[in-house]
Design a protein around this ligand. Structure first.
Ligand code: FAD
Length: 298
């Protein structure tokens, strides 16, 4: 069981020491599972405040999330934050997953809607007998009395939000419903993060908002993920990586530099920590961590 488990996640994030944390996804096969566990072992040495495991669409992927998250809780010193999306499930099915997490000793969940069944940019159709918005899942998870609940935040606004102010109101409503922390979508400009924090604070919500960091290691992959998530690759980033897009080693080096700079700016501006989207690999995250450590940022 995690050495951090006696302290609430919110207290950890509010502490003086900047936190690092890592996101993993549930692997599809045995080979992927071996890679993930090697990565977890390597990143455990960096003493993260927590690690989070994403929740996939569909039964087998969801079972794998529960299994990997439960194993992290049982077999490592890490504190797992279990993602849970409400898409394609009834309220009873969601309550059952929450029960499984609680039984496995998981104390922190990230309550999400999930992307529409038709894909990230399709229109949203709630499941009959299910929930409509993430705020309802925050309420359901809080009702169990078992969890500290986190939610998603969007520095550039959720793609379906009417405006950045509407988007901030959704986050403030989740905080009102009991969400105690938020993790952001990937983004590339520190000012987008700080503007979000300001919008949310002006609505009276003081929950810690942890920035999600994804270094550009492969131009096409990040461009695609950015497009799907509604995050833009800003001109100052494109200017650096577009001319070298067909040189993988140069893109990787530039991506690490850009991400290190973003992390430096975020920490200098008072972000509570850094949440690295690892894609189940440790090398790039470790490189950035080591640089920030050497500079005294972490
Ligand atoms: P919601 O808060 O429900 O918001 C969805 C849309 O509805 C927004 O446009 C919002 O403005 C609007 N809205 C919300 N509440 C209301 C309301 N009361 N009335 C009217 N409109 C409203 N996806 C996965 O499938 N698995 C994962 O593990 C996963 N992890 C993620 C982790 C992070 C940190 C982030 C940022 C995203 C993650 N996602 C994951 C993607 C996420 O599920 C999608 O971005 C999804 O489209 C939105 O989820 P949400 O929880 O913000 O939904």
């Amino acid at each position: 069981m995690s050495e951090h488990s006696a302290t609430s996640l919110v207290d950890l994030l509010a502490g003086d020491a900047p936190s690092v944390s890592f996101e993993f996804f549930p692997p599809k096969d045995d080979e992927g599972e071996t890679v993930l566990w090697d990565t977890i072992t390597e990143l455990e040495a960096l003493d993260p405040a927590f690690v989070s495991i994403t929740y996939g669409a569909g039964g087998t992927s969801q079972d794998r999330t529960v299994r990997v998250t439960s194993r992290v809780a049982a077999e490592t010193s890490l504190r797992p934050v279990a993602h849970l999306t409400l898409v394609r499930q009834t309220r009873e099915e969601l309550a059952e997953v929450l029960r499984q997490y609680a039984d496995a000793g998981v104390r922190d969940v990230l309550a999400l809607r999930g992307d529409p069944p038709g894909g990230p940019r399709a229109s949203w159709e709630p499941h009959p007998g299910g929930l409509d918005h993430a705020v309802e899942l925050v309420e359901l998870a809080r009702e169990t009395g078992e969890f500290t609940v986190g939610v998603a935040a969007f520095p550039e606004g959720h793609p379906d939000a009417g405006s950045l102010d509407d988007d901030a109101k959704v986050l403030a409503a989740k905080a009102e419903a009991g969400a105690a922390f938020a993790i952001t979508q990937l983004f590339f400009r520190a000012s987008d993060y700080f503007d979000l924090v300001e919008r949310v604070r002006s609505l009276g919500a003081d929950l810690p908002i942890v920035p999600g960091i994804m270094p550009i290691l492969n131009f096409r992959q990040v461009a695609r993920m950015a497009e799907l998530s509604g995050a833009a690759l800003p001109p100052e980033v494109l200017e650096v990586v577009e001319p070298i897009r067909d040189d993988p080693a140069a893109v990787r080096a530039a991506g690490i530099d850009l991400a290190t700079r973003l992390c430096r700016d975020l920490m200098a501006g008072g972000a509570p920590g850094l949440h690295f989207i690892t894609l189940n690999r440790s090398k790039a995250t470790r490189e950035i961590w080591e640089r920030l450590r050497a500079e005294g940022v972490l």
